[in-house]
Design a protein around this ligand. Structure first.
Ligand code: DQA
Length: 146
């Protein structure tokens, strides 16, 4: 199976952007680690990032036919996007929401997530390791569904 790992706005600057909050690893580092983690479970990854809401929605639509699961860090769209929630609601497989930082420890506006209304699990505050934890989780959910 293939896991779509989707990343929202500003995550292209991971490693350079507020490293005191998000760490010094780049998104390319996360992609490499995610691919290795998925490989250990016999799964493959399609790892994508966009700053555009419509692109993330189009990838979720593509995932409907091509993905066994979605891992998504919607970044700021977490807190604003009914459209991404609606797109995820068209997807039948497991969805895990990831946040590098602990959003609950931060500003009030980061405490609410539209995406959590669909997500089967949420990982926040585990740094970039959260992506690997999410992959372990979807591997188990995919195996349980087979
Ligand atoms: C984030 C948290 C969001 O509140 C923020 O807008 C991001 C990144 C995280 O990974 O911690 O861009 O999703």
């Amino acid at each position: 199976g293939t896991i779509y790992v989707l990343n929202g706005p500003n995550l292209n600057l991971l490693g350079k952007r507020q490293p005191e909050i998000y760490g010094s690893e780049t998104l390319a580092d996360v992609e490499a680690a995610a691919k290795a983690q998925a490989g250990a479970h016999g799964l493959t990854i399609r790892f994508l990032q966009s700053n555009a809401e419509h692109q993330l929605i189009d990838w979720i639509h593509e995932a409907r036919d091509n993905a066994a699961a979605i891992v998504i860090n919607p970044a700021a769209y977490t807190h604003t996007s009914v459209a991404i929630l609606d797109a995820l609601n068209t997807f039948d497989g497991p969805v895990i929401e990831v946040h590098i930082s602990n959003v609950h420890k931060r500003e009030e506006f980061r405490h609410h997530s539209f995406v959590s209304l669909r997500a089967d699990g949420v990982i926040a505050g585990c740094g970039t390791q959260g992506y690997l934890l999410a992959i372990d989780r979807v591997a188990r959910l995919i195996a349980a569904a087979d």
